[in-house]
Design a binder for this molecule. Structure first.
Ligand code: FAD
Length: 499
């Protein structure tokens, strides 16, 4: 039995904790927030429930496998999501990649030839993405691992060829191969997912979002609570409101942590939160990390943060459903001048597209009877307007209000008169996300998705090891693309490495 300390109770920390406690190790999780979950959590305001981070996830085969192995699958009500797309040219709720293609062809008949060329390339990428019904190899061992890798082994020559072609290409570069820059179709394909994400992932993202997009009916907080409860039942200790301020090392090995002026010793420390802060801030002795690596970590780009508006509405779910149709709606209507890389544009929020998510349309219990809850979201330029006011609280409040109002006006394209129904409103900036989860700049999915700004050489590798012996990364930061799959893969690797 080993003594293991986990810093952070996001989905990564909770899964690692459960797997290690099940193996008989003595595990303590320290969580700075008052509730477990990190980005897989939620909160109530005035009777309305909202998600704190992710509203959905892909890679269900991996998530479900993990929940079954931990023994909580039956307790969590996973529900499949449908996504509706709306722009001035198209409207639809595709349920497969082929439905999506049909929707695009119908909306842009005069671009058929260009679309044929694009889709003949995209189809190849989608075809090689692997079977969504199979868990990621990182979660498997023995024969199961071999089976889950079979697709990649059999197709390795084609995968190598595609990686050479598209490995370092961004989604904007991919879209520019087929369409005029600034054309509607260029904007549609380059604007899918994270800005300038790898062209290799565009196919996976498009097909995954229709066929494998899930949420939890009870809300993400219910998922985190179930995992936390199971962890405690197995003898694990979860200390909430407990910020770890130092990782203690001895002779190049992690030997414990300090929290609220107490020192806790351990055989292993798993940092299940932000990578940059783990190595540059929490570590008591940085002498084992070369200056070059410290500089690389410091400079490495992180994924974009979100701005989210939380609305409690004096509108029934039925009424809201007339506009939304499904709980999750993406709009593609960036206005002229929209530039995700322009942090100085004070009118950014009047130009950005809005994504809509209604927790109460997934579960009416997420709002008071006869009412509904709605979240409006947009990806934000890094450090918008001197990082939201350069530390001045009043300016911060004004900017937050301005952004919130612009997003609400933007949302009236889908829900006219939205303003008249608002009973509760608040918003989260990337600074809010950082305050609650400690993720650098409110990074929503660990490192940058841009293949030209990679921190790890291999986009698909799981990197739990650090220059410090017995200090592992158990969060989504262990993988370049982060996300729920990244957190899961990291948690499993940590559990495998601690015998
Ligand atoms: C708006 C939004 C949308 C998203 N959409 C998707 C999606 O569609 N699909 C997908 O796969 N992913 C999505 N994600 C990303 C996904 O939610 C995260 O990648 C994942 O939940 C991260 O889990 P984690 O356990 O690695 O870390 P986190 O959830 O960040 O948890 C880290 C935890 O560690 C705690 N902590 C950190 N430092 C300390 C310390 N020093 N002491 C004590 N505690 C500490 C934090 O408080 C936090 O609870 C989205 C994220 C956001 C914000």
């Amino acid at each position: 039995m080993k003594k293991v300390i986990i810093i952070g109770s996001g989905i990564g920390g909770l899964i690692a904790g459960n797997l290690l406690a099940k193996k008989g190790h003595q595990v303590t999780i320290f969580e700075s927030h008052s509730r477990p979950g990190g980005y897989t959590a939620g909160f109530y305001r005035k009777g309305y429930y909202f998600e704190s981070g992710t509203v959905s996830f892909e890679a269900s085969a991996s998530v479900f496998k993990a929940m079954k192995e931990i023994g909580v699958f039956e307790k969590i009500d996973f529900v499949k999501q449908k996504i509706r797309f709306v722009s001035e040219d198209l409207e639809g709720t595709p349920e497969t990649y082929d439905d999506y293609k049909k929707m695009i062809y119908t909306a842009f008949p005069s671009d058929k030839e260009k679309l044929d060329t694009l889709f003949s390339d995209l189809d190849k990428i989608v075809g090689l993405m692997g079977d969504v019904d199979k868990p990621m190899p990182f979660l498997c061992s023995g024969l199961e691992m071999l089976t889950s890798m079979l697709h990649y082994i059999v197709n390795s020559p084609k995968l190598i060829k595609l990686s050479k072609q598209y490995g370092r290409m961004t989604s904007s570069e991919f879209a520019a191969k087929y369409f005029e820059k600034d054309s509607k179709l260029f904007k549609l394909f380059s604007g899918f997912g994270y800005p300038d994400m790898p062209a290799m992932f565009l196919g996976g993202a498009i097909s995954g979002i229709f066929s494998d997009y899930w949420t939890v009916k009870g809300g993400m907080q219910s998922w985190a609570d179930i995992l936390a409860e199971n962890f405690r039942k197995q003898g694990g200790e979860l200390q909430l409101d407990s910020y770890v301020d130092k990782i203690i090392t001895k002779n190049g090995s992690a030997v414990g942590v300090s929290c609220k002026n107490n020192v806790y010793d351990a055989d292993y420390v798993i940092s299940a939160g932000d990578y940059k802060k783990t190595l540059l801030k929490l570590l008591d002795d940085k002498s084992f990390i070369s200056q070059e690596l410290q500089d690389n970590i410091d400079k490495a780009a992180v994924s974009e943060g979100f701005f989210t508006v939380y609305l409690g509405l004096n509108m029934s779910n039925e009424e809201l459903g007339k506009y939304m149709r499904v709980p999750h709606v993406f709009t593609f209507n960036n206005k002229p001048g929209y530039d995700i890389y322009n942090s100085e544009d004070s009118e950014f929020f009047s130009k950005t597209s809005v994504s809509f998510y209604s927790p109460s349309m997934v579960n009416p219990k997420h709002a008071p009877e006869g009412k509904s809850s709605l979240m409006l979201q947009s990806i934000v330029p890094y450090h918008w307007l001197n990082n939201w006011g350069g530390g001045d609280k009043d300016v911060y409040k004004q900017l937050k209000k301005k952004a919130m109002e612009a997003m609400i006006i933007g949302a009236t394209g889908l829900i006219p008169n939205l303003k008249e129904y608002i009973a509760y409103r608040d918003a989260a900036t990337p600074l809010t996300y950082e305050r609650f989860t400690h993720n650098t700049a409110g990074a929503s999915s660990a490192w940058s998705w841009n293949p030209k700004k990679k921190f790890y050489k291999n986009t698909m590798s799981v990197n739990i090891k650090t220059p410090v012996k017995n200090l592992y990364i158990g969060s989504c930061w262990a993988m370049q693309i982060g996300g729920v799959p990244g957190a899961l893969a990291a948690a499993y690797q940590c559990a495998k490495n601690i015998k």
